[in-house]
Design a protein around this ligand. Structure first.
Ligand code: FAD
Length: 634
């Protein structure tokens, strides 16, 4: 049957990409339908219930700065929060939270169910409706046809998914969920370039069978407990609990090696490539044979369950080996496994065949986001989902796509990396992927993106108001520090020594003093009996915004030199990023270029000279030749 209403945006899949895509499109005023296998699994974490970490936390803050759900849901569900790299520079500091998976799912579902303009429907999508070169809707398992102007596909690990435990395997989307086989076949028919990847998960352990006295306690940050969202408060967090640490040992490694002949990875049963940075335990033992121990984190899965996630022993070895290897570790001698570990192989699509808006080059109106683009991780999926949802909505509104640049957002880095370089293994975000990472900090994600989000209709009044108060306070206080002089005559030397480590011999601006190593904003404000304090930046006037404002002011002043230098680099790079390549350009006719470069450019059709320069094999010399060609043909 044809469903009686037509939608602007249909999102297929209710994982991390799909939920952010649907929320974003609906917030932007589009009539949106989220079609997913099972409403009970909306926002389900397929693997570890943990959000953030280095690079990933940056993405979560960006999703949040654009009004997305992930950070606030984590604030409502997080049972342990930590700031990683807290002693390092601000560019690599990152928030990580262990979440209660039940609370997290509830927080996501509540947002979806209460989002005006968004409808949910539970049913597998088996087919896409395509007319000419345009997608016009989706067809479900029982033949319901939903028409829409755009479709965002976020099917995660489900497309032709196959689970492996030892030499046994069966079709599934993840443990307990069906695979998407018909849809996968249909996409193959549409000739979208694709491949196979794999990922894995460890066995889960009943906490009542763990002897925690034999493990090392790893508490979260408690004073203060960090928050994820720019609108978050520690008061939103549920009870905080510790994680625990144990280790593999020689015996564990022997047990693992004894299972190699029944490993689907080593016997060639699994063909898909797995994530190098999140390897299975058998892969670690095989590759780092000289290492006699690996750290294993025992992480609680929630407050209402005894289930623990042993982070570091993802495996697809047979169950008897899994049980023996778990029980060989300190504290786990009597462990009861609740769910076996497994690996899953699935289809992904070569992201080099996407436009920079994530619309497929082959089928207009069809957008891809999340794990199906060859990435791994909830955060990477959420960021892509939000991005694709925004661009599907903009297309429906007849507006140009929103394309954040590499210096504006990790989201820009992620999208650009995927569409220009593609993937050879599941892609995850690292801060090292960003060339302008001093700009792209967690702490300033709102400063970088919230204004754009507001323009597109993603930001509600409460967030906009808080953002403006913060931005104004930061800029006025920074100006004040740059224009307020401290005179040695008015500064008692004991105060100067306490705050600055020594007396000052001449007049200094407050900003100059703040730039000194070891001098913090709050201590500086105590100089001269608070004479330099301002009403604008005080706990009383700013409340929850006080700490973030102080952080921005401090980082902005202390790192001003580095940030200015990086701004110069951004400007230089902008020359290439701003040079658009005509859609009609026939690369095969650009005879100055080598055949190999011509073929690569013709295949991937970069949209700018900057993108072209990042395609593997396209040399700086080729870019110069292309530039000359563009100038000549103008
Ligand atoms: P998913 O979260 O997979 O969601 C896909 C959604 O689409 C589901 O709701 C599904 O029901 C729905 N769906 C699929 N097909 C259809 C259809 N035809 N019709 C209707 N609905 C459909 N990430 C890490 O960072 N580290 C890890 O160690 C890690 N290990 C993993 C281990 C396993 C076993 C799995 C399965 C995943 C692992 N991941 C890991 C990846 C992480 O779970 C994903 O990156 C993330 O969930 C991807 O989000 P997504 O929204 O793209 O897809």
């Amino acid at each position: 049957m044809l469903y009686p209403e037509e939608f602007d945006v249909i999102v297929v899949g209710g994982g991390h990409a799909g939920t952010e895509a649907a929320l974003a499109a609906a917030r932007m005023g589009c009539r949106t339908l989220l079609l997913t296998h099972n409403i009970e699994t909306l926002g389900q974490m397929s693997c570890n219930p943990s959000i953030g970490g280095i690079g990933k936390g940056h993405l979560v803050k960006e999703v949040d700065a654009l009004g997305g759900a992930m950070a606030l849901a984590t604030d409502e569900a997080g049972i342990q929060f930590r700031i990683l790299n807290s002693s390092k520079g601000p560019a690599v500091r990152a928030t990580r939270a262990q979440a209660d998976r039940v609370l997290y799912k509830a927080a996501i579902r509540r947002r979806l169910e209460n989002q005006p303009g968004l409808m949910l429907f539970q049913q597998a999508v088996d087919d896409l409706m395509v007319e000419g070169d345009r997608v016009v809707g989706a067809v479900t398992q029982v033949g319901i046809r939903f028409r829409a102007r755009t479709v965002v596909l976020t099917a995660g690990t489900f497309l032709d998914g196959r689970i492996h435990v030892g030499l046994d395997s069966y079709a599934a989307g993840r443990a307990g969920d069906p695979p998407a086989v018909s849809l996968s076949a249909r996409l193959k028919e549409l000739r979208l370039p694709q491949g196979r990847l794999k990922t894995g998960t460890p066995p889960r352990i009943d906490g009542r069978s763990i002897d925690f006295s034999r493990c090392e306690e790893q508490p979260g940050d408690l004073d203060p407990v960090p928050v994820f969202s720019f609108m978050g408060q520690a008061a939103m967090h549920p009870r905080q609990v510790p994680c625990w640490i144990t280790h593999t040992n020689e015996r564990t490694h022997e047990i693992i090696r004894s299972g190699f002949d029944r490993s689907p990875m080593f016997t060639g049963k699994i063909e898909g490539v797995g994530p190098r940075y999140c390897p299975s335990v058998e892969d670690k033992i095989n590759r780092f044979a000289g290492k006699d121990s690996h750290q294993i984190f025992l992480e609680p899965e929630g407050l209402s369950t005894h289930e623990f996630y042993p982070n570091g022993i993802s495996t697809s070895l047979p169950f008897d080996i899994q049980l023996a290897l778990v029980r060989s570790m300190a504290g786990l001698e009597n462990a009861h496994i609740l769910r076996p570990g497994y690996a899953i192989e699935y289809d992904y699509f070569d992201p080099r065949s996407l436009r920079s808006s994530f619309e497929t080059q082959q089928i207009k109106g069809l957008f891809f986001a999340g794990q199906i683009n060859g990435t791994t991780g909830y955060e990477e999926a959420a960021a892509q989902g939000l991005f694709a949802g925004i661009n599907a909505a903009l297309q429906c509104r007849g507006e140009s796509p929103w394309l954040p640049a590499r210096h504006e957002a990790y989201l820009g880095v992620l999208v650009d990396d995927l569409i220009t370089k593609g993937v050879t293994e599941p892609y995850r975000m690292f801060t090292s992927r960003a060339e302008f990472r001093l700009q792209l900090r967690e702490d300033n994600a709102d400063m970088r993106l919230t204004e754009a989000g507001r323009r597109m209709g993603l930001i509600d009044d409460a967030r906009w108001d808080a953002f403006n108060r913060k931005r104004d306070a930061v800029s006025r206080e920074t100006e004040r520090l740059k224009s307020t002089w401290v005179n040695p005559r008015n500064l008692p030397s004991e105060d100067a020594v306490r705050v600055l480590g020594q007396a000052i011999e001449r007049e200094y601006k407050l900003a100059d003093l703040l730039r000194r190593p070891g001098v913090g904003y709050e201590a500086l404000m105590t100089l001269a009996s608070g004479r330099h304090r301002t009403e604008l930046v005080s706990r009383e006037t700013l409340g929850e915004l006080y700490a973030p404002v102080v952080e921005q002011v401090e980082i902005g002043v202390k790192y001003a030199g580095y940030i200015d230098r990086q701004n110069d680099e951004v400007e230089r790079a902008a020359f290439y990023e701003g040079r658009r390549l005509p859609e009609s350009l026939d690369y095969m006719q650009v005879s100055a270029l080598s055949i190999e470069v011509r073929q690569k450019l013709a295949k991937h059709r970069p949209e700018t000279l900057g993108q072209a320069s990042r395609i593997s094999g396209v040399t700086p010399a080729a870019i110069s030749l292309l530039l000359v060609h563009l100038k000549k043909s103008r």
